[in-house]
Design a protein around this ligand. Structure first.
Ligand SMILES: [Zn+2]
Length: 502
């Protein structure tokens, strides 16, 4: 009963709200004077540089990314922004990349090689050089009704286990990481998993599997390396039979110790986020963020991945907005709140630049009122080929009930797009909400809007090039963000955080 009453009341309020249109403070004539500075021609000029050959696809940690950063800084300066990071323009952050120098397992006079006879995740496997006895521990599982370690002393030894779990057991027990944790807890130095799939690693590109992707932090926790070996390798190491090994039948111990050498070389890279600051007036301590990622995939298999749409288009929009707000400020229309224009790197590696920023913020997150994030706004997806006047908005209603009315009002007043909320559905299988930099702001409780055109055939391909961009659309979508930011930066009351949706 109570529940229904609540719903009725809620519906009533909702419809009452819907009838009361949002009352903006934005002076239409003044705002549009500056919004009109964002044109298809100026956007084309920017993007031709950002997604040009010189930038080599802007992969994080490469000279292409550094060139792009230098270019963005030059544009922020021209826009009249201040350096956004305590007197400098860049927030550098460390990323580490491992590559494997030596990976061998030696038993007696026979040496097995990484990529041929065994495989190990480079990032997760520590640099080691050990020689130790080996003990076979069945599945390597301990549970209330099952104990593969019963009567076994594995301290300082190498444990070898079979893949999977008994049929009666839950799937998680088969997880090699859990098996490694069990082995480590009992003092083992390494874990070998007999895996039929280890054969398949022969087919992988050796160059590719010897290098990790760039990752964020150096992991100093001591780990037990997991080495996946073929049944034939297991049989040789333990002195058993290959067919039996495939069925999980191996001698308990081996007469010979096993020598594992896993040497890695690691490289520290210092990519950056680029921040430009436009100081506000009476509410300058409250900050509006406008973001896009300037990195892309770089050169893959000798081909430049230009990333014109992803996310040269968003980077262009941020620069164009900076210029429009900068000119307005110069003419005496400085926003009440401050605006930070931030282009981040590391997005394609896993939202790393924005994760670093939100973990090490230059401006207190508590005073950061919103993040308007632009990632891919220069193209049209297959669903909108016949009606291109659209943009997807994602996340806009999740943390603040006031953000969508502001955004829709800006659109109704200035740009007139079909705002498509399809991907805002938490059940959408694409999960785009989690797939760009705004998410790192949202996860810190900061309201966001993610502007997006959807994917297309050139997504993450070398063919995502400048000639395929619809600059009219790009400029108008950037204007929508501009007018939304204008209102958010100038409205008397700070955007509330009054919801908590996923
Ligand atoms: Zn991408």
């Amino acid at each position: 009963m109570r529940l229904l009453a609540t719903i009725v009341c809620f519906l009533f309020l909702a419809s009452a709200n819907a009838q009361k249109a949002y009352q903006p403070v934005t002076n239409k004539t003044i705002a549009s004077r500056y919004g009109a500075m964002i044109t298809p021609e100026s956007a084309r000029k920017q993007l031709s540089v950002i997604a040009g050959e010189t930038m080599e696809g802007r992969e994080t940690g490469t000279r292409g990314q550094e060139r792009a950063a230098a270019y963005i800084i030059s544009q922020f300066k021209e826009a009249g922004l201040q350096p956004g990071v305590e007197g400098t323009w860049e927030q550098h952050y460390p990323l580490y990349r491992d590559s494997l120098e030596t990976g061998t397992l030696t038993s007696g006079d026979r040496t097995f090689h990484f990529g041929l006879d065994f495989y190990a995740g480079i990032q997760e496997t520590p640099d080691i050089d050990i020689s130790a006895d080996i003990v076979y521990a069945g599945y390597g599982i301990i549970s209330p009704e099952h104990n593969d370690y019963k009567g076994l002393d594995v301290k300082d030894k190498i444990v070898i286990v079979r893949e999977g779990a008994p049929a009666t057991m839950s799937r998680e027990k088969a997880n090699p990481t859990e098996k490694a944790a069990v082995a480590a807890f009992r003092g083992a130095r390494a874990l070998l998993v007999v895996s039929k799939g280890a054969n398949r690693f022969r087919a992988l590109d050796q160059h590719y599997i010897r290098k990790t992707d760039i990752y964020r932090t150096r992991d100093t926790s001591s780990r037990t390396g997991i080495y996946y070996i073929t049944p034939a390798t297991a049989a040789f190491i333990m002195g058993g039979d290959s067919l039996q090994a495939e069925k999980g039948i191996l001698p308990q111990t081996s007469a010979r110790p096993l020598h594992i050498v896993f040497h890695k070389k690691d490289l520290t890279l210092w990519p950056s986020n680029v921040l430009g600051y436009l100081e506000g007036t009476d509410k300058k301590d409250e900050i509006v963020f406008v973001t896009a990622h300037y990195d892309h995939l770089g050169i893959v298999d000798g081909q430049i991945h230009f990333g014109a749409d992803d996310d040269g288009s968003g980077t262009t929009a941020v620069i164009e907005m900076a210029k429009a707000f900068g000119k307005a400020a110069k003419d005496g229309y400085r926003p009440r709140r401050s605006i930070v224009f931030m282009t981040v790197s590391g997005e394609e590696k896993g939202l790393l630049g924005s994760a670093y920023y939100t973990a090490n913020p230059v401006y207190p997150l508590a005073n950061t009122i919103v993040d308007l994030n632009i990632d891919m706004i220069g193209r049209v997806d297959p669903e909108h080929e016949h009606d291109t006047n659209y943009v997807y908005l994602i996340g806009d209603n999740k943390l603040s009930s006031a953000l969508r009315p502001i955004s829709e009002n800006a659109n109704n007043t200035f740009t007139g797009f079909q705002l498509d909320y399809k991907y805002n559905d938490p059940n959408d299988p694409h999960q785009f909400y989690y797939r760009s930099d705004h998410y790192n702001f949202a996860s810190h409780g900061i309201p966001v809007i993610f502007y997006f055109n959807g994917t297309h055939a050139d997504y993450h391909k070398p063919t995502d090039t400048v000639d395929k961009i619809n600059f009219n659309l790009l400029a108008r979508r950037a204007q929508l963000v501009f007018y939304t930011a204008w209102e958010l930066a100038n409205k008397p009351v700070r955007l509330p955080v009054d919801r908590n949706e996923r």
